[in-house]
Design a protein around this ligand. Structure first.
Ligand code: GDP
Length: 310
């Protein structure tokens, strides 16, 4: 990308999209478009085509999607399937018809991988086994999106690339206790308990393991890939290091200086037991990639985020 290239961010205002936006601005890119869904609704093909015809972007970061945590996914599997499928198909068709020279970076997720995997999970595990039930709708749609990118690359020569980020946290996350992800959920529960000084109820057994990738680190890798990578092979973006949910709870509590009693609600799902990523492919493309450890990223987040719910 040149500093004057026209860059389109779809989903540019969310957790990952806003981080990509900050990285692009920080690196001096000048022509960045980040339309809201009120300006271009990705669920409507004609709107997408009209927008792409008008703007003709040279690079597209496709970070848009319907996202949510374990319960949100479990409750609305059809919505996750439909919306995430339509969005990427409309973008690919729009690019094919209106600006076929654009390079597209599509963002998947490590929850697309099968429920059970040898650890760490390498990219060959894509479509290699049965999916986790709690996020099947999302995983099928996102997996289809990846295959779609590969097929549009093959048939229409579109320059599509696909990245698979692991569980993320960072600025502009969704602090929704019912439908959000684990890290913002834990942060919110502890911050609210701080006000009231009571016990904190977390979900499942606390034994499953997750990685935690700071959104700025993921965004940095995405911008690097856009500049330095072109292949139909997907690329994991993770830290290569995981913690149990119990360990996350302890770290967050410690950083907030709290000692609330914890309770585990075993009626809530545990989901996939472990999903640590193998990041050797990313490291071979971007040897300097060096994501922050959770404690450091969390410290930065706690110092910058306003936590509007407080
Ligand atoms: P996943 O990584 O796709 O499964 O989604 P999440 O980010 O929602 O992480 C879910 C894991 O964290 C499960 O093992 C949950 O049981 C556990 N967990 C514990 N407390 C919470 C909570 O308050 N919110 C969420 N979303 N997950 C929690």
């Amino acid at each position: 990308m040149e500093k004057n290239s026209k860059i389109l961010q779809l989903g540019g205002n969310g957790l990952l999209g806003s981080a990509v936006n900050r990285i692009l601005i920080g690196k001096g890119y000048k022509k960045i478009l980040a339309p809201r869904s009120s300006e271009v609704d990705l669920l409507y093909k004609q709107e997408v085509e009209n927008y792409l015809e008008k703007e003709k972007p040279e690079y597209i970061f496709m970070t848009a999607g319907l996202v949510g945590g374990i319960l949100g996914n479990k409750k609305r599997p059809a919505d996750f399937l439909y919306q995430n499928s339509m969005m990427i198909l409309n973008v690919l068709e729009g690019v094919k018809n209106k600006c076929p020279k654009s390079k597209i970076l599509y963002v998947g997720s490590t929850c697309i991988y099968p429920k059970e995997n040898p650890q760490p999970i390498n990219e060959e595990r894509f479509q290699a086994g049965k999916l986790e039930e709690t996020n099947k709708g999302y995983a099928v749609a996102k997996g289809m999106g990846i295959v779609a990118c590969q097929l549009y690359r093959k048939q229409y020569n579109l320059d599509t690339i696909c990245a698979m980020p692991t569980n993320m946290y960072g600025l502009k996350d969704t602090y929704d206790l019912e439908n959000g992800h684990m890290i913002p959920g834990l942060i919110k529960k502890f911050l609210l308990a701080k006000e009231k000084g009571k016990k904190v109820v977390l979900w499942g057994t606390g034994k499953p393991r997750r990685e935690a990738l700071y959104s700025e680190d993921c965004a940095d890798a995405l911008v690097y890939l856009m500049n330095n990578y072109s292949s139909d092979k997907i690329v994991n973006i993770g830290t290569g290091f995981d913690y149990s949910i119990k360990e996350f709870a302890k770290i967050i509590q410690k950083e907030l200086g709290l000692e609330n009693k914890l309770e585990w609600d075993a009626f809530k799902p545990d989901g996939t037991f472990e999903k640590r990523t193998d990041i050797s492919r990313l490291k071979s493309i971007y040897p300097e990639f060096n994501p922050q450890v959770f404690r450091d990223g969390l410290r930065e987040l706690l110092s910058k985020e306003k936590f509007k719910f407080l």
